[in-house]
Design a protein around this ligand. Structure first.
Ligand code: GDP
Ligand code: IMO
Ligand code: MG
Length: 450
């Protein structure tokens, strides 16, 4: 039995960590511990919709934009070009870290090509949700985090109304661009506000220029061409750890569209989101929580009913409330039908499993192994969200374990039923599981022989 958790990635040069469910699998915990054998930790997608928790002792750090390697003193943390940055959130996060004794200086680099989130993006996020739900007579359509993520990525694709980090560094450029952008936003958001039955928020261009130029001044020391930085460092033997935000079932191309976020969360987003050459990253560590949680709308075949006691117990024991929005997370059994698919999409070479301790005390542990639709077992993961919502999960029941395992520090000391559950997942996904977590702290990651 190997004792060092990080020793489970021998000869790793560039590693990636990707969530394989709907988010909140525990990516931050694994990134934090793997960071010590890398020189760089790089975020390649998403924005302040992400909330990654790193727990050291009793202290919990919630990261939204700052990469989860920040607590490792020897690591340079990089926010890549694929990220959308809300400077207010980022600066606040840096301040909170400083109050906790974590200095953020040269250890944080920000891509000059990353896109910037403005208040009008958040406003649009809310108005779109309200307008569509009003038109369709439904509750919120996507249940976004309201952080302006979709509208900022949309502006990136539109180009004419986009603002990048480099624009914040030159007040004249910023002012010229923002003046036009605000005219267009007023027209578009005004129409959207009418549809939503809401008031259009004031957009004072001079105040915005002043505020964002200030952000530019504060962030300037961190800003550089991060693609060049990473490629130069890699050429000198620098070791990179890529940190996925959100998760593969929320990937804009491969997830349960349209109930997804707006970026490439799977490992394929690494290359476009950072500028490192395609295919240069292996191993790819997929994170799987041993049950499922989901925040916001969208299909969820293994979901417990709202009033289900098992689901409620998992939510409480797993503290399943959003790191970013505080919303109670929807809870379900582990779903290998979707995880088999995301294992493939992210090219996962090994898994780290979290959440095992939360299952203690359940007589039976159910695992969905396949989806059945109209009487047939499906051979592939469906593209249509409506169809996914209609599938019937095919379950296998495994025996549960009674005692708490949070204090177990050696994998071999886990109850046989807990180990049997992990073995089952490994066999069905056909990917080795060298790490199993029995809690959020660094010392609760157990090394497992594979
Ligand atoms: P991330 O966004 O993937 O970094 O994950 P979050 O930190 O947002 O959420 C992880 C959730 O899983 C939290 O609600 C934890 O309480 C819960 N959880 C349950 N068991 C574990 C575990 O063993 N490890 C971790 N990291 N989280 C766990
Ligand atoms: P981490 O990195 C869980 C979900 C939102 C919503 C959908 C779209 O902590 O795993 P968005 O604001 O991105 O347009 O919302 O995506 N979502 C997440 N759910 N964890 C996350 O990040 C998420 N990031 C986005 O709840 O359903
Ligand atoms: Mg999270």
């Amino acid at each position: 039995m190997s004792t060092s958790v990080t020793a489970n990635i021998p000869n790793a040069v560039h590693t990636a960590v990707c969530g394989l469910q709907y988010g909140d699998e525990g990516k931050g915990q694994i990134v934090d511990v793997l960071a010590e054998q890398h020189d760089f930790v790089i975020r390649y997608n998403g924005g302040a919709n992400a909330g990654h928790t790193v727990q050291i002792g009793d202290e919990k750090h919630a990261m939204h934009l700052v990469p989860s390697g920040i607590l490792n003193p020897n690591v340079t943390n990089v926010i890549g070009n694929g990220v959308v940055i809300d400077p207010a959130t980022l600066l606040e996060e840096i301040d909170v870290l400083a109050t906790r004794g974590v200095e953020v200086g040269d250890n944080l680099r920000i891509s000059n090509r990353a896109h910037v989130v403005f208040p009008y993006h958040k406003h649009e996020d809310g108005l779109r949700e309200a307008a569509v739900s009003r038109l369709r007579g439904q509750e919120k359509m996507l249940g976004t985090t309201g952080r302006g993520i979709g509208p900022c990525y949309a502006d990136k694709a539109y180009r004419s109304t986009a603002i990048r980090v480099s624009d914040l560094l030159d007040v004249d450029v910023l002012s010229t661009k923002l003046k036009d952008v605000i005219v267009i936003k007023r027209a578009m958001l005004g129409a959207l506000a009418d549809l939503a039955g809401q008031a259009l928020e004031a957009m004072d261009v001079d105040a915005l220029v002043e505020q964002y130029a200030d952000y530019g001044r504060l962030l300037r020391p961190h800003v550089c061409d991060t693609a060049q930085l990473l490629n130069d460092a890699a050429a000198r033997g620098g070791r990179m750890l890529f940190e996925g935000a959100n998760a593969t079932l929320l990937d804009v191309d491969h997830g349960t569209y349209p109930f997804v976020t707006s970026s490439s969360c799977s490992a394929s987003g690494i290359y476009s989101g950072t500028g490192v050459p395609a295919g240069s990253v292996a191993p790819i560590v997929g994170i799987v929580k041993m049950y499922t949680s989901r925040v916001g709308g969208g299909p969820f075949p293994t979901e417990f009913a709202d009033d289900d006691a098992i689901g409620g117990g998992i939510r409480e024991r797993g503290n399943e409330f959003g790191t970013t929005t505080g919303r109670p997370r929807r809870i379900g059994w582990l779903d290998l039908a979707s995880t088999r698919y995301t294992t493939m999409i992210s090219g996962t070479t090994q898994l780290a499993c979290t959440g095992l301790a939360v299952l203690a005390g359940l007589d039976t542990l159910r695992i969905c192994t396949d989806y059945r639709y109209k009487g047939e077992v499906l051979g592939t993961f469906p593209a249509d969200a409506e169809l996914i919502a209609d599938v019937e999960p095919v379950y296998e029941d495994l025996p549960g374990f009674t005692d708490s395992i949070s204090d177990v520090r050696s994998y071999g000391d886990l109850p046989a039923e807990a180990r049997g559950y992990v073995d089952f997942v490994e066999q069905r996904l056909n990917v080795p599981i060298p790490q199993v977590c029995v809690g959020q702290r660094r010392d609760q990651i157990l090394a497992r022989d594979v």
